[in-house]
Design a protein around this ligand. Structure first.
Ligand code: GLP
Length: 266
């Protein structure tokens, strides 16, 4: 696990975007991105958009797969992940909308059961995800894989944890009753299959989850800790989110010692 500690959230966005761009440029224009919602990756997307505008990153033939979606929200609801991904990823990065995929949270009955396996098939048909962008929940979730999610889970229907619904109530008029109770989410096994993972986090509120993910045991009680098993996971955090790491001096030394060809162009 590579951990990069930045002075502030703005720098987290710049460094994480540089990492994603480095991978995307190595793969080429048909890169497959895994994209996350939440506030944490917004600066990363904005800095990627700068690179697209400047002509140093070509995403014209890229495709993208979102991590998750609420069940039962209309796709036009501003808090549906369909609409959130359109606003924060598809439009700013100039992606072709038909190549941007979000799990079908509108499905019901058997179709809802099949939505996960169908999503897995679509990822496979695209050749797999080259770089998965991730945030982390205060309870250590990634996507909507709540604590106790199987470490080898695939895209499926999940029930949201009470804390997650409470955390996300801010997007629903501060009314927890408006937050959906279920979701479709890529599994931890699906996320592990991405060829690279870049996770971003900012602020004191994420410090405990970051410490558990990086320095704690691999356990389903901290779903993000599964990234310890990933061969190419990069964690980009600000000082506040890194504040409970005991190995921060080592991480800073390791980043300062990167060979020239691995340095990030920012
Ligand atoms: C949401 C999303 C996650 C995201 C997390 C943190 O519930 N499903 O993908 O990483 O919460 O969100 P934020 O970055 O706003 O703290």
């Amino acid at each position: 696990m590579e951990v990069i500690i930045c002075p502030d959230a703005e720098r987290v966005g710049e460094i994480a975007a540089a990492k994603v761009a480095q991978i995307a440029n190595r793969v080429g224009p048909r890169v497959v991105l895994g994209v996350a919602t939440g506030s944490s990756p917004l600066a990363l997307y904005a800095r990627l958009a700068d690179r697209v505008r400047a002509g140093t990153l070509d995403l014209s033939e890229a495709s993208a797969f979102a991590l998750d979606e609420y069940v039962g929200l209309p796709v036009t609801h501003p808090e549906s992940y369909h609409d959130t991904i359109r606003r924060t990823v598809t439009e700013p990065l100039g992606l072709e909308p038909s190549r941007v995929h979000v799990p079908n949270g509108q499905a019901t009955g058997v179709d809802l059961e099949l939505a996960g396996p169908r999503y897995e098939e679509a990822i496979k048909a695209a050749g797999g995800v080259d770089v998965q962008i991730l945030g982390i929940g205060g309870n250590g979730h990634v996507g909507f894989n709540e604590p106790t999610s199987s470490l080898s889970s695939r895209t499926r229907l999940k029930t949201l944890a009470a804390q997650t619904r409470q955390d996300n109530a801010r997007f629903f008029n501060d009314n927890i009753d408006e937050v959906p109770t279920q979701c479709l989410t890529q599994g931890l096994g699906t996320i592990l299959d991405a060829r690279n993972a870049v996770l971003v986090a900012n602020g004191e509120g994420k410090a405990a989850a970051i410490a558990a993910m990086v320095e704690g045991p691999v356990t389903s009680m901290c779903p993000a800790s599964v990234l310890q098993l990933h061969p190419h996971a990069t964690i980009v955090v600000d000082e506040a989110a890194a504040s409970r790491l005991t190995m921060s001096d080592y991480f800073k030394l390791a980043y300062a010692s990167l060979p020239p060809w691995q340095r990030l162009d920012v």
